[in-house]
Ligand binder design. Structure first.
Ligand SMILES: [Cu+2]
Length: 313
């Protein structure tokens, strides 16, 4: 009995591993985290790479310090053990040692802080953006408004994820690799373009976070936060709301689809055509939630020439 169950278990484990590997390969293409990933992802933007570099510098500094400290401890424990007749020193203060163990860490911290600060400053520099997208958080969806383009839409959890989560079934990662990480309308962006975001919220605090872009930014009612990105690789990048915002906080994912510039221009033209039908129908094709109102507050900061009036219809 036992051997047979063991023999059955092996292929099952094998197929599970294959499925996992296939999922990992599919996800790797979109810069998603993979199972058992140990290190921070490199991301697909300059900002993400800067964060990754700062992280790696700090990591290696920690590794070197850890190695030196533990090596000194191990040597002291071994070389000065009681069985060898070691006698503990009795001094309690040593000015030279105290100066050294204060000055050396300060130097290390300053050396690490200088590049980190310049990277942070670069991350917050939203000047010279080629386009601006206003992101508004709602309970529990996102709205994207391509300022000055008359293109705006809501982005909600996709129907399949919603159906699965309410069905009580346990989704299989092999068949639903993006369960709760897919939306009905993706935020489409061009690559190699500096895109500025103005981020706000209509109800409670949310946080717009796509790890592959290298930052997250709080969406706060009545406040406009900024961010920017320059995506270097076309692909699909997934994220989530990162601020506990209510009962459906876990069900308002973010999906960014980065397209080559020409494809993005075609997509934008198509959205514009859809948004402005030839008849005298109102441009807003999307249903507007009852609590809409933040976009009006957001207008003063959105200093885009030719920006259309954003009042909700
Ligand atoms: Cu949220």
């Amino acid at each position: 009995m036992k051997p047979s169950s063991r023999w059955v278990a092996v292929p099952r484990w094998g197929s599970g591993a294959m499925a996992l590997l296939a999922t990992a390969a599919a996800q790797a293409q979109s810069a998603d985290p993979v199972r058992w990933q140990l290190n921070m992802g490199k991301g697909v933007t300059q900002t993400a790479r800067l964060a990754w570099e700062a992280h790696m510098v700090a990591l290696w500094v920690c590794v070197v310090i850890g190695f030196l400290v533990f090596a000194a401890m191990a040597y002291a424990i071994f070389a000065f053990r009681k069985s060898k007749g070691a006698v503990a020193a009795t001094f309690s203060h040593n000015t030279t040692a105290e100066i050294l163990w204060t000055v050396i860490p300060v130097i290390i911290l300053v050396v690490m802080a200088i590049p980190a600060t310049s990277k942070l400053i670069a991350m917050y520099d939203t000047r010279n953006a080629e386009m601006t997208v206003k992101v508004t958080g709602y309970q529990w969806m996102w709205e994207y408004d391509y300022l000055g383009q008359d293109v705006r839409f809501f982005s909600r959890l996709d129907r399949e994820s919603d159906r699965l989560r309410q069905s009580g079934q346990r989704p299989d990662p092999a068949t639903h690799p993006h369960y709760l990480l897919e939306v009905d309308n993706r935020l489409v962006l061009p690559v190699d373009t500096k895109v500025r975001f103005v981020i706000t919220s209509d109800d409670v605090i949310h946080s717009w976070w796509v790890p592959a872009l290298g930052w997250k930014q709080d969406a706060i009612p009545g406040i406009i936060n900024e961010g920017w990105t320059l995506i270097e690789k076309p692909g699909i990048y997934r994220g989530q709301c990162a601020e506990l915002c209510g009962k459906d906080h876990g069900f308002m994912p973010i999906v960014v689809e980065a397209l080559p510039k020409a494809e993005f221009a075609a997509w934008l033209a198509q959205r514009k055509a859809e948004a402005s039908p030839p008849a005298d129908a109102p441009a807003a094709a999307e249903p507007v939630p009852a609590e809409a109102g933040a976009p009006v507050e957001a207008q003063p900061v959105a200093q885009q020439p030719g920006q259309a009036a954003n009042a909700q219809v």
